[in-house]
Design a protein around this ligand. Structure first.
Ligand code: BMA
Length: 251
């Protein structure tokens, strides 16, 4: 990653999956990294990252995480990678489930950016982790798809509003990635096939023939944060192994 050496980065949902892969990449490059996640207690540091326990549904906890990440040094980079997936149609999704998915995946991003942007005193860059399911979706992901669509619109709105503050905002849209979230879905839907075989089958739906490694998404995030992407804002980048390029009709 270019120039991360002197960058101060905060990653929501950074304890696992795409967020953790991104944190690791930044740490390798010597950046200052704070990880805000509900799954790790304060101070359970791994590598050089500062862990901040944070439930992204709680505005005060999100604001406190930003305060701690931006102590002494302005914030340069923000990644929002917190996310959960619930399954159901609009009819079978309970109101509580819908609210929880929105609060975690989308409202949390609003809270994080709301707190972080004023701390980006030298300008900065934000990447929100959305999904291909913001653009086209499987059956039974109504709440999840809606939350990821919200992130897309929020990305554009913030890019427009904060260009004058020298803050770029972009979204990444991964296809199926080997993360704990997707593994728990594979466990749930895999039945007798088992988890690994289910992941492999899901991978085969992607023209590249496999699911992604979290590092492959982290590389895209790192690029969008870096100076190499200095003229890119308000954009959405798919990293989906060709999934959305392909029509389901087969010859
Ligand atoms: C992701 C998740 C995965 C899914 C993938 C492609 O955002 O929803 O469970 O496999 O999109 O649809």
């Amino acid at each position: 990653m270019q120039n991360s050496l002197n960058k101060n980065a905060l990653i929501f949902g950074g304890a696992s999956g795409i967020g953790w892969a991104t944190a690791r990449l930044m740490m390798e490059q010597g950046g200052r990294v704070s990880i805000a996640d509900v799954r790790r207690p304060n101070g359970s540091d791994e590598g050089s990252a500062q862990y901040i326990h944070c439930d992204v549904r709680e505005a005060e906890q999100v604001a406190e995480a930003v305060r701690r990440a931006a102590t002494d040094v302005p914030l340069d980079w923000l990644v929002y990678s917190a996310g959960i997936q619930h399954y159901g149609s609009v009819v079978s999704t309970s109101i509580e489930e819908y609210d929880m998915v929105q609060a975690t995946n989308a409202r949390g991003a609003f809270l994080a950016c709301r707190a972080a942007i004023p701390e980006m005193r030298n300008g900065g860059a934000i990447v929100l982790v959305s999904s291909v399911q913001a653009l086209a979706c499987q059956e039974g992901v109504a709440a999840y798809a809606a939350s990821k669509g919200t992130l897309e619109a929020l990305t554009r709105a913030m890019a427009v509003d904060h260009a004058k503050d020298n803050i770029r905002v972009n979204a990444v849209l991964p296809g199926t990635v080997d993360t704990p979230m997707v593994r728990s879905s594979a466990e749930r839907f895999g039945g007798t096939n088992g988890l690994e075989q289910t992941l492999q089958q899901w991978g085969e739906n992607h023209p590249l023939g496999r699911v992604a490694h979290a590092d492959e998404i982290a590389n895209l995030i790192a690029f969008l944060l870096s100076e190499k992407a200095s003229f890119i804002t308000g954009a959405s980048y798919r990293a989906d192994g060709g999934l959305l390029a392909q029509l389901a009709v087969r010859l």
